[in-house]
Design a protein around this ligand. Structure first.
Ligand code: ZN
Length: 320
C-alpha cells in the first residue's frame, strides 16, 4: 500500500460567508474554486479555497453558519492550520496582514523554521511557515498576491491531543508517516508528497475537550491516489480497530471518515476527479454548483442560502 500523500483538504466552520470569502479569496489570495453546499446539510454552503486549479494539498474549505456560536479550542481537534511560504515572504505577509488590522504574532521558530501566527475572522488559528522548499502550486495569475509571495499550499496541521502515542502509531504504522522528532511537546510526523506533508501532534494533558463551533476545524482529509487504494486503507484502518464510514461520493473526490485515537475526525479522500468536472478551470467557484442528486431542489436551496458577493481582486504589485 502506498503511503498517504499528505493533506488533501481541511474543513472548518465559519460564520458569515461574505467575511469568509473576503478574507481567504481577496486577502490571502486563496482562490474560491468551488461554491457548493454541504451535501449532508444542503441549507449550508460549502466553500473551497485553494490554488488556481484546486490542487489537493492547498484546499481549505468552510461550512458557513451565520450567527452560530464560536467553538471552544481544546483537546481532540485540529488546533491550527499552517501554510507554507517562501523564506523571503515573511515581511510581505506581516505588512499585508497588519495593514488590514489583523494582529500577527512573530518570533516563534518551529523545528528551525520561522512561524507567523494570526486568526481568521472567526478566530481560527492560521500559521505561515517559511521554508526553503515550499511546494509547487498552480499559480493564480489574476489573484491579489504577487507570485513570489503566494501561499504555497499547506505546510502542516497541528492536532491537539492528550497523548501522542496512539496517534503516532496510526500515522506511522498505517498511514505511512515517519516520526521526525519532538520539540516542546510537539511531536512531528512527515509523510509523502510535497504539499501538506507534516502532521504535528501537540500534547497538553491539561486541556479540556474542544467544542466544535464557528472557527473550529471539523476534519482533516488526507490524500490517496484512487478508489482502489482508498478501499485498501479502509480495510487496513478497520483491521486496527477503527470505525470507518462507507465510501461517500463528494462529487469532486470520494471520501471515507474515521476518528483517530485522540478524537480528531480524519478523512481519506481520492485525488480525483477534481474541481473541473462541472465547470471550466477559468470559471471555478463563480456560480453555485450542486451535485446531480440535488439539482432538482436548486430553487429551494438557493432561497435558503445567504447571498454573498465575490469582490473584484485588488492586486498587490509591489512591497508597500
Ligand atoms: Zn472533507
Amino acid at each position: 500500500m502506498e503511503p498517504i500523500q499528505g493533506i488533501h483538504h481541511i474543513t472548518a466552520f465559519a460564520s458569515d460567508p461574505q467575511a469568509n470569502v473576503d478574507f481567504y479569496h481577496n486577502l490571502l489570495g486563496q482562490r474560491l474554486v468551488k461554491t457548493t453546499i454541504n451535501f449532508d446539510d444542503p441549507g449550508t454552503y460549502h466553500l473551497y479555497y485553494a490554488d488556481y486549479t484546486g490542487s489537493p494539498g492547498t484546499l481549505l474549505t468552510f461550512f458557513p453558519w451565520p450567527g452560530a456560536q464560536r467553538g471552544v479550542r481544546g483537546s481532540g481537534e485540529v488546533g491550527a492550520v499552517a501554510y507554507n511560504i517562501p523564506t523571503g515572504s515573511m515581511g510581505f505577509w506581516r505588512d499585508r496582514l497588519t495593514r488590514q488590522g489583523i494582529t500577527v504574532a512573530e518570533g516563534e521558530t518551529r523545528f528551525g523554521a520561522p512561524v507567523l501566527t494570526f486568526d481568521d475572522p472567526d478566530g481560527m488559528p492560521l500559521e505561515l511557515i517559511a521554508t526553503e522548499t515550499p511546494g509547487t502550486i498552480q499559480p493564480w495569475a489574476d489573484g491579489p498576491i504577487p507570485a513570489e509571495h503566494a501561499l504555497r499550499g499547506f505546510h502542516s496541521v497541528t492536532l491537539w491531543a492528550a497523548r501522542h502515542e496512539p496517534t503516532a502509531a496510526l500515522l506511522t504504522h498505517v498511514m505511512g508517516y515517519t516520526a521526525a522528532g519532538e520539540e516542546q511537546n510537539r511531536w512531528r510526523f512527515v509523510g509523502a508528497g510535497s504539499l501538506g506533508p507534516v502532521v504535528d501532534v501537540l500534547v497538553n494533558r491539561s486541556l479540556p475537550r474542544g467544542m466544535m463551533g464557528v472557527g473550529s476545524v471539523h476534519h482533516v482529509a488526507f490524500r490517496t491516489r484512487d478508489h482502489d487504494e482508498q478501499l485498501e486503507y479502509r480495510e487496513q484502518l478497520t483491521r486496527v480497530g477503527l470505525s470507518v464510514t462507507p465510501v461517500r461520493d463528494r462529487q469532486y473526490f470520494q471520501s471515507i471518515y474515521f476518528r483517530e485515537p485522540n478524537g480528531v475526525l480524519f478523512e481519506i479522500a481520492t485525488d480525483g476527479p477534481g474541481f473541473a468536472i462541472d465547470e471550466p478551470v477559468e470559471k471555478l467557484g463563480a456560480s453555485l454548483k450542486l451535485p446531480p442528486w440535488l439539482e432538482s431542489e436548486r430553487a429551494k436551496i438557493t432561497q435558503i442560502l445567504p447571498p454573498f458577493r465575490v469582490k473584484p481582486i485588488d492586486q498587490e504589485t509591489s512591497h508597500a
